[in-house]
Design a protein around this ligand. Sequence first.
Ligand code: DP6
Length: 327
Amino acid sequence: MRHYRATAEAHPNIAFIKYWGNRDHALRIPSNGSISMNLAGLVTRTTVVFRPDLPADRLILAGQPRTGQALARVVRVLQRVRQWSALAWYAEVRSDNNFPTGAGIASSAAAFAALATAAAAAAGLSLSTQALSRLARLGSGSASRSVPPGFVEWLAGKSDAASYAVSIAPPDHWALADCVTIVTQGHKAVGSSQGHRLAESSPFQAERLATAPQRLQLCREAILQRDFAALAQVVEDDCHLMHAVMQTSSPRLLYWEPATLAVMHAVRRWREEEGLPVAYTIDAGPNVHVLCPADHAPAVRQRLEALRGVQQVLVALPGGGARVVEA
Ligand code: DP6
């Protein structure tokens, strides 16, 4: 007998070209395309069970029942699955991360990629990667990029149907490491969803959007050619443009802590003075993602751990896409 249950896993991702600002907030249609790499080793595992006896959808994160905004975002995705499958039952969603939620790694990308994949399978839908990426996008924009494997581009599109992510290259294309450098475990003051709404209040957002296609092109080429120097340049350019927008929106968003700056300066010194292939990028928080070719990762990690203010360094290689692990 069918039991309307499935479990899926997905990885978080780190954006090389950032998503910041929406054309349509409700549907999470972004103002610009973005490019990222999935992070192997860091995993969200989500089980969805549709049941005839539930009075409403239910969310349990790391063993804790959740309501409010967190539940509302999950319901959004489940509603779409019910629409597509003509299933009327509510669902219970249980989700766990193998990395601490307070560790400063954005977990919504992995969470909604795993949720979309598990919910579709539980409802008996057999969706393409493209359709799953669109579904995940409704819960969190960056989650659209955790659905396809490896190095991924989210094609911004102008409609729900045209806004989804595709794989540019598989995980084994390039042994690149992300040394996730945690400088604080605290929760961020202003989350991304709120931040996206402020982007347009910065005088720099229009310029950032106008030049995004060039950076997307440079980043795509750097990945395809495994050109670390070119990647380093465009990733840091794009990171600083996004933070310039954040820092000049009203109200201003300043995510950097003293330790964030210490890591940025160190990375730049190692590259410019010692020729080490390293680059940094920073999301909507104080932690720094330090990129390098995988064979340099042990040495880079050691250097990072020796910096004042660095609490922990996690090293992640390119990861696969979201997948059903039990159905
Ligand atoms: C700075 O995907 O977290 O990490 O769609 O509201 O969930 P929501 O936003 P989210 O935004 C990610 C912002 C970013 C850059 C990026 O990952 O591209």
